[in-house]
Design a protein around this ligand. Structure first.
Ligand code: SF4
Length: 250
């Protein structure tokens, strides 16, 4: 059964949530001209955000992390985005020497050995390339939603990350049904792995399909304790957290 058939549903307040997400993106694009990027994981939420950016002709760059461990189906989305929307996706890869050294030292399956090694792998393949993506940028956009996990339950529409940049989460209040309703409405390209019970898709060694009744992110780093399940990309500066006026619905 396809992900659209499984998840897409029109629910009360959907049009308002779409309009609000567009307003958040428009405000961010106007405020951070030439200094804002969507950091897309190429997952369903991020494909919705990319479609909103393209549909509303917003001056927001699109960047992604090619960790070297992605599924072929995920990588195939990059040229699909470029063909569909007519813009270039900025691709950031890990420093080759660092990735090679890590594998030589710790092996291809190091991420399963300990949380420290898993986080070290994420640091080389995700955090360092993300830092390069965000250089000279004052704001970035994610597809984070409150519903995704307990640790994301208080995601605001706008916050400061641990480096003081503005991080914008336009889909913070969207449901999974909203995401797929939008995808169906606008024929947004998506990863075919979503049709194989993978709602949340990361690197191939660290993603598995979920079973009926399992949590949304149960297929990510499934061998770890729930509290460890973030890769470090989404660290907020809680002390200086700001909720923008436009995010007042949060
Ligand atoms: S998700 Fe897995 S393979 Fe990808 S960078 Fe993190 S530990 Fe490495």
């Amino acid at each position: 059964m396809s992900a659209i058939a499984l998840y897409a549903r029109a629910t009360e307040g959907y049009d308002g949530r779409v309009a609000h997400a567009v307003a958040v993106l428009q405000s961010a694009a106007a405020e951070h001209v030439g200094r804002i990027v969507q950091a897309t994981s190429l997952g369903a939420e991020d494909m919705v955000v990319t479609d909103l950016i393209a549909r509303h002709h917003l001056d927001i760059a699109i960047g992604t992390l090619q960790t070297g461990k992605l599924h072929a189906e995920t990588l195939a989305l990059i040229p699909r985005i470029e063909q569909r929307y007519g813009f270039k996706v900025e691709v950031f890869e890990p420093v080759a020497a660092s990735a090679v050294h890590f594998v030589r030292t710790n092996g291809e399956k190091a991420m399963y050995q300990s949380i420290d090694l898993r986080k070290a792998c994420c640091a080389i393949r995700k955090l360092e390339p993300l830092a390069r993506m965000l250089e000279r940028r004052s704001a970035w956009i994610t597809g984070l939603r409150r519903e995704q996990s307990d640790s994301r339950a208080i995601v605001p529409f706008s916050e400061r990350d641990d480096k003081g940049r503005i991080k914008i989460n336009p889909l913070a209040d969207w449901s999974w049904a909203d995401v797929w309703h939008y995808i169906e409405q606008h024929d947004v390209p998506t990863n075919p792995l979503h049709d194989q019970f993978m709602p949340s898709i990361g690197c191939a060694p660290c993603t598995r399909a979920i079973a009926v009744g399992e949590d949304f992110r149960a297929g990510r780093w499934w061998w770890e304790d729930e509290r460890a399940k973030e890769c470090g990309l989404h660290v907020s500066d809680a002390k200086d957290a700001e909720v923008s006026m436009i995010g007042a619905r949060a």
